[in-house]
Ligand binder design. Structure first.
Ligand code: IMP
Length: 477
C-alpha cells in the first residue's frame, strides 16, 4: 500500500529525526508468530483531550484488561458504545466491554463519591456484569483537597494553572508529603482515623493561613469515607498482582493514560500542568508493572491542537479558523464545559512527545474537523529571539515568546459525517488527496508511523492501519 511505503521512505535518514523503519520492524518482529501484543500504553501526545477515550475504546476490542494509571476525575472522556453514550471521569474506558477487566491503578487519585456515582450511572445504562479492580494503593481525594485546590489557585495569580478544581494537585502533594489516604485505608477504621487526625490538623492550619477558617469535621468525614470504602470493598485489591498475573498468562493489557504529555509535571509546560505524570513511563509506575513489560506505546494527537486552562500555546488561533476548529470539533471540556483554545498542529511539541514517551506510533484524531479550510498550517519550528529552534523549550517565557514557523499545506473539502464514515470503510486511499498528503507530511516529519486515523466520534469513522503495519511490506516471520 502506497501509504505504508511512505511510512518506510519517511524513515530513511534524509532528515526525519527517528527511524520509523525501526518502529515498523518493532511492531512486526517484537512479537512472535501469531502472538498478540501483551501490554500497550496509550497516552495523550498534546495537552489532553486528544480523543483518547475513543482510541482506547477502539483498541480495547482486543484487550482483556484496561487499566488507568494516572490522574483522577479531572479527566473526562466520552464513549459511544452501541448507541449509548457514556461520560466517564474515573472509570477506565474499557469497562463497557463484556469480558474486559477494568483496573484503576495505584497512580490514580480517586474521589470515591465520583466513582460511586459513575458506577451507578453505568448500572442505570444497563452495564451490570463488569469487572472492576481498584488499587488499594491509589490515593483518595478528600474534601479538604478540593477546598485547598480553590484557595491555592486564587493566590497564584498569573501562575495559576486554571485547574479543574477537583482537588487533584493537593491529593498528589499529600501523597509525596506522606500523609495521603489510600483506598486501602478506607477499609481500616483505626488507620484511617489516625491518618485523618494528622491530615485535618494540617489542613485547618493551611486554610487558616490562606485566610479561610474551615473546620473539617473529623467524625463526619471518617464515617462517610468508611461507608464509601465499605461499598467499594469488593473492588479494592492489589492490582499490581492482577496485572502481573495477566502478563504471565500473556493476556493483552491496555494501559490508558489521562491528560497529555504537555500537562506532565516533568515534561510539560510547567507550572501550567497537572500533578501526575502523564507520559508512558508512568504507565509502569502507576499500574505496578515493570517498564520492560510494556511492548508498544501509542501517542494520541488531534490533527490540530487544543488546550484548556492557562499557559503558553504557540500555535493558538484567536481568529475565525480557531472558531471553525472549536465549532466543528465541538471543543468544549467534558469535565468543566470550558471552551478549549484551538490552534494548528505543532510538530515541535509533538516531536517532544515522541521523545519523552518513546512513541512507537501515533493515532491521529479529528482529521475531519480540518475539512473546509482552504490552507492548513503545521508548525515545524519556532523562532525565539530571532533564532530558529526545533526543540521544545522548558522555559515558559521562551515558549510564550515562540513564534511558530509554519509549513503551509493544501486544505480539503468539508464532508458530512456519513461521507467520512464511508471513506473509513473504504480505506486510506479514499481520503481526499490533500488529507493523505497531510498525514504523510506529519509522519514523515516525526519519523513515527500513524496507525490509526479517526474521522468522527463513532467507532465506524476510523481507519485502522495496525494490520497493514504488522502484515504489510514487512510480514511477520
Ligand atoms: P488539574 O489537573 O485539575 O490540577 O488542572 C491542571 C491543568 O491541567 C489545568 O490547565 C487543566 O485544565 C488541565 N487538565 C487537567 N485534566 C485535563 C484533561 O483531562 N484534559 C485537558 N486538560 C486537563
Amino acid at each position: 500500500m502506497k501509504f505504508i511505503k511512505l511510512f518506510l521512505s519517511a524513515a530513511v535518514p534524509a532528515g526525519p529525526r527517528r527511524g520509523s523503519l525501526t518502529n515498523v520492524y518493532l511492531r512486526t518482529f517484537r512479537f512472535g508468530p501469531g502472538e498478540p501484543m501483551s501490554v500497550e500504553v496509550i497516552v495523550g501526545a498534546q495537552w489532553g483531550d486528544e480523543g483518547k477515550g475513543k482510541v482506547v475504546d477502539f483498541y480495547s476490542e482486543t484487550a482483556e484488561l484496561v487499566a488507568r494509571f494516572n490522574g483522577g476525575d479531572n479527566a473526562g472522556h466520552t464513549i459511544k458504545f452501541r448507541d449509548r453514550e457514556f461520560k466517564f471521569h474515573l472509570l477506565p474506558s474499557g469497562i463497557v466491554r463484556r469480558g474486559v477487566t477494568a483496573v484503576i491503578g495505584n497512580g490514580v487519585v480517586i474521589n470515591p463519591e465520583v466513582l460511586l456515582r459513575e458506577l451507578r450511572e453505568l448500572e442505570a445504562k444497563g452495564i451490570r456484569n463488569f469487572r472492576l479492580f481498584i488499587s488499594e494503593r491509589a490515593q483518595v481525594i478528600m474534601p479538604y483537597h478540593i477546598v485547598q485546590d480553590e484557595l491555592e489557585e486564587a493566590v497564584k495569580g498569573g501562575l495559576k494553572a486554571g485547574t479543574t478544581k477537583r482537588g487533584i494537585g493537593p491529593a498528589y502533594s499529600d501523597k509525596v508529603g506522606r500523609f495521603g489516604i489510600t483506598m486501602g485505608d478506607l477499609l481500616d477504621r483505626e488507620l484511617l482515623q489516625s491518618k485523618l487526625e494528622l491530615a485535618i490538623a494540617i489542613k485547618r492550619n493551611l486554610t487558616a493561613a490562606y485566610g479561610r477558617k474551615q473546620d473539617f469535621p473529623l467524625r463526619k468525614i471518617l464515617e462517610s469515607y468508611l461507608a464509601m470504602g465499605a461499598r467499594l470493598k469488593k473492588h479494592i485489591r492489589n492490582t499490581s498482582t492482577v496485572l502481573n498475573q495477566a502478563i504471565a498468562q500473556k493476556r493483552s493489557i491496555l494501559l490508558e493514560g489521562a491528560q497529555g504529555t504537555l500537562l506532565d509535571p516533568d515534561h510539560g509546560t510547567y507550572p501550567y500542568v497537572t500533578s501526575s505524570n502523564a507520559v508512558a513511563g508512568a504507565g509502569a509506575i502507576g499500574s505496578g508493572i515493570g517498564p520492560r513489560a510494556i511492548d508498544w506505546v501509542v501517542g494520541v494527537s488531534k490533527a490540530y491542537t487544543t488546550r484548556v486552562g492557562q499557559g503558553p500555546f504557540p500555535t493558538e488561533l484567536t481568529d475565525s479558523i480557531g472558531d471553525h476548529m472549536r465549532e466543528v470539533g465541538r471543543e468544549f471540556g467534558t469535565t468543566t464545559g470550558r471552551p478549549r483554545r484551538c490552534g494548528w498542529l505543532d510538530l515541535v511539541a509533538l516531536s517532544h512527545a515522541v521523545d519523552v514517551n518513546g512513541l512507537d506510533a501515533l493515532a491521529l484524531t479529528k482529521l475531519d474537523v480540518l475539512g473546509g479550510l482552504r490552507r492548513i498550517n503545521v508548525a515545524v519550528a519556532y523562532k525565539i529571539d530571532g533564532e530558529k529552534v526545533h526543540t521544545f523549550p522548558a522555559n515558559i517565557n521562551m515558549l510564550a515568546a515562540a513564534e511558530p514557523v509554519y509549513k503551509e499545506l493544501d486544505g480539503w473539502e468539508a464532508l458530512k459525517p456519513a461521507e467520512w464514515t464511508a471513506i473509513s470503510r473504504r480505506g486510506l486511499s479514499h481520503l481526499p488527496s490533500a488529507a493523505q498528503e497531510y498525514l504523510e507530511f506529519v509522519c514523515g516529519e516525526l519519523g513515527v508511523p500513524i496507525e490509526l486515523v479517526s474521522l468522527g466520534p463513532s467507532r465506524e469513522a476510523t481507519i485502522d492501519l495496525r494490520d497493514e503495519l504488522r502484515e504489510g511490506p514487512l510480514q511477520r516471520p
